[in-house]
Design a protein around this ligand. Structure first.
Ligand code: FUC
Length: 779
């Protein structure tokens, strides 16, 4: 897994930095820190620093049994009504009989704020606030009252704590108060022994108990705790450590948080920082990216040029047509940074806001949305060489599978497991919500389970396939063997379901979202059954099931071309109510699925293109994640210019000043989906082929990327100039066959000793064996 290529990083520090010359005025100007489980938003105020805190398991409310037992009694009737075209009656019946009681779960919540109030002057000069993506360290620096003050902040995954280092250029010049704030749901605050402040509380009567601990190490001054405050006076340097836990992970969260704070505070700051940086860089430095326009060269782009403040750069990008490939490369690395910060082994998966949330009533509960958003959060994980950061999703799917078994039984009398649209900290799987346009959808578990298959495809770890991926894939697929029904043409379809979240006009003129046989479901199942068949073959197991899956797969509706020359969104060529809808679910088969292999199936490829054009012509792509998905679609169609235009729209319309994705409001999927699109433009490895620069936009005519991962167990470096590949380097994890495709031939393939590697050639595909590494050039 994850070989690292660090060469380019030493020269590119400035390229991987967010920079501002004033404090954050709003939350979406603050800089995010995170160690996967603990998050902080750094405002960098002069007199008052606000570090807005999150812990990933601080959710309101406990787990509940809420699957609706009436579902199973009404399932037949709902299906019959759908068959008869009485869709509104079907919807009404589904709403009352299938939805959970109660309908909603509690939201993901803030842990609170750490507020520091400094005694120095309120105004400052020489102000600078930075976030260094490669080290995961934020700094705030300014001069106030003739003294230079500096703050360094990071979230250490090694020491399980947020660390704040405060220094001043004059001895004894640091005086401030510190307090926790959790307005209006304050916990109990307690000062312990002058250098520790604790906060504890509970998120509802059956919700998690949380604990936060602030511990100070004061150099050359004194600290005391008074009431709600910690007070530090006359110090030269101070290290503050914040640890937090909840009863989601430990019986006694306070004891554990205190232990972690004490362990971190017991180490010199330089040691904490060095350990953090080492850990952070071990992941971040695996990939480097430089993009340059025609006039420039990738080499000159690597110069350690000083950049303007990020928000100003974004403004320029929006206001001029000049373009800024460096900003696009920064957006790519920021996506990787944010995944590292919000999803590390042992944490919960990144939710709708990663881990950063300042509201007690965040949009959509800041939950796990399984009809695109959660999956999109992980599109960058493998290709971006952060396979470890994918793990929280695997843990979560296993928990979904455990809960989803009883949901499958209770609601549908089916084997295997099912998860619907929404889930929470408890990995609940019932049919949440009361808004018919999105909820009646049994595919959430199946789609998410495919992520374990993807992980296997990238890393070829057979133990992972056997012990983790296959068991959940198998159960996801078992459910559908029971759930699928035959339509009039003998095809196997899901019913009831929907095409997220678009409405159609039925043949009898009724408008509904609930339906039988939406295309996306068939496409997800095509991938799921395919994965199960291949995995079972690989593991030499479940022969009879394999045959059942193969037979079911052959009877699924295939992607079909509809009346507008588009890919049909439903099994019947209904007219869609909103042709510009943000979801483009029926192109799952193009991305992330592989069923529409556009370069081998020109008619379907053309229809996929037509689908995108039609959606865009009607105002589609108006949310951040939707635009990010569109960029990925264009990349899969091999259309670099359109993919790039889509990325530009994303950066122009759907990011905040701190480059957080904007739905609106803030939603993190656009960061991950946008970063994944950039990777997809440079390298594709689906359909057992490695495609170099498959959708290279004219605007990135020169560039260097190091360390991307490809399916089959390869790490890939690419250098290009004048829009053409200069060379590609493939490094194999464990020796394997590769099939390389580039738009131009012939290619020269040499091994590490410089000797020509024998290759089979046909239709611009080269197939060869990579023992260790090879370098590929255009002849
Ligand atoms: C889906 C989308 C919305 C939003 C929500 C969190 O329901 O349709 O646009 O992203 O998830």
């Amino acid at each position: 897994m994850g070989k690292s290529t660090t060469a380019a990083n030493t020269t590119t520090a400035n390229m991987n930095r967010l920079l501002e010359e004033r404090p954050a005025g709003t939350w979406t100007e603050a800089f995010p820190l995170g160690n996967g489980r603990l998050g902080g938003m750094v405002f960098g105020g002069i007199q008052t620093e606000r570090l807005q805190l999150n812990e990933d398991s601080v959710w309101y409310g406990g787990p509940r049994e809420r699957d609706n037992p009436a579902a199973i009694e009404q399932l037949g009737a709902i299906r019959r009504l759908l068959r008869e075209g009485r869709v509104q009656e079907a919807e009404r019946l589904a709403l009352v009989s299938m939805t959970n009681a109660p309908h909603y779960f509690g939201p993901y919540q803030p842990l609170g704020d750490l507020v520091l109030r400094f005694d120095h002057a309120a105004t400052a000069t020489d102000y600078r606030r930075e976030l260094e993506l490669a080290t995961g360290v934020a700094t705030v620096e300014y001069v106030a009252g003739g003294v230079r003050y500096r703050r360094e902040l990071f979230a250490s995954a090694v020491d399980h704590a947020l660390v704040v280092r405060l220094t001043a250029s004059e001895p004894g010049a640091l005086s401030f108060t510190a307090r926790f704030n959790r307005r209006p749901f304050e916990g109990e605050i307690e000062g312990v022994g002058g250098r520790v402040l604790t906060m504890r509380g509970q998120c509802g009567p059956d919700g998690v108990r949380y604990a936060a601990v602030l511990q100070a190490v004061v150099e050359g001054g004194r600290s005391e705790t008074i009431g709600n405050f910690m007070s530090v006076t006359g110090a030269s340097a101070v290290t503050l450590v914040v640890a937090a836990q909840t009863s989601f992970r430990c019986e006694d969260p306070m004891a554990e948080a205190e232990r972690q704070a004490e362990a971190a505070a017991g180490q010199p700051f330089e040691r904490l920082k060095a350990a953090h940086e080492r850990d952070h860089r071990a992941l971040f430095d695996r990939v480097s990216l430089q993009l340059a326009p025609a006039a420039d060269s990738a080499q000159s782009a690597t110069q350690d040029k000083e950049q303007p403040p990020t928000s100003q750069r974004l403004k320029q990008y929006r206001e001029s047509d000049e373009g800024d490939p460096g900003l696009e490369a920064l957006f790519f690395q920021y996506g990787r940074y944010l995944l590292m910060a919000s999803s590390r082994p042992g944490s919960l998966p990144a939710n709708l806001q990663g881990i950063w949330n300042e509201s007690f009533t965040p949009p959509w509960e800041s939950d796990f949305h399984l009809n695109i958003n959660l999956q999109m959060n992980y599109w960058i994980a493998e290709v971006g060489n952060l396979a470890e950061c994918h793990e929280p999703l695997f843990d979560f799917v296993e928990r979904l599978a455990a809960n989803g078994r009883s949901t499958a039984q209770t609601m549908y009398g089916a084997r295997g497991f099912v998860a619907h649209l929404l889930s929470n900290v408890w990995a609940e799987t019932g049919l949440f919500g009361a808004v018919p346009t999105s909820i009646f959808w049994p595919m959430g578990g199946a789609w998410t389970a495919l992520h374990l298959w993807e992980h296997y495809r990238y890393n070829r770890n057979e133990a992972f396939l056997r012990d983790r991926a296959y068991p959940v894939l198998r159960e996801a697929a078992l459910f559908f063997l029971d759930y699928l029904i035959e339509d009039e043409d003998g095809r196997l379809i899901t019913s009831p379901s929907l095409s997220p979240e678009n409405k159609y006009v039925s043949t009898s003129g009724q408008i509904s979202v609930i339906c039988a046989g939406p295309s996306m479901d068939a496409q997800i199942l095509y991938a799921l059954f395919g994965a199960c068949i291949e995995a079972a073959e690989q593991l030499k197991t479940d022969e009879p099931l394999r045959l059942e899956w193969a037979s079911a797969r052959s009877r699924l509706p295939q992607p079909q071309i509809g009346r507008h020359g588009h890919i049909m969104e439903w099994a019947v060529d209904y007219e869609e109510v909103d042709p510009g809808h943000r979801h483009i679910s029926h192109l799952f088969a193009l991305h992330p699925g592989e069923q529409i292999a556009s370069h081998r199936m020109p008619e379907l490829g053309q229809a996929a293109r037509r689908t995108l054009e039609r959606r865009l012509a009607h105002g589609g792509g108006h949310t951040g994640w939707s635009q990010a998905w569109i960029a990925n679609f264009w990349a899969r169609l091999g259309d670099g210019a359109h993919a790039h235009a889509s990325l530009q729209t994303l950066l122009r319309k759907a990011v905040h000043p701190n480059l957080f994705g904007d739905h609106p409001p803030f939603q993190i999927d656009a960061n991950f989906g946008g970063a994944a699109a950039i990777a997809e433009m440079l390298l594709q490895s689906h359909l057992e082929e490695l495609r170099f620069l498959p959708a290279l936009p004219p605007a990135w005519s020169a560039g260097v990327v190091r360390g991307l991962r490809a399916r089959g167990g390869f790490t890939v470096d690419l250098d290009w100039a004048d829009g053409k590949l200069a060379h590609a380097r493939l490094t194999a994890d464990a020796g394997g066959r590769a099939c390389a495709v580039y738009s131009e031939a012939p290619l020269d393939i040499r091994d590490a000793r410089g000797e020509a590697v024998p290759a089979e050639y046909g239709g611009n595909r080269y197939t060869f064996f990579v023992a260790d590494s090879v370098v590929i050039r255009l002849l």
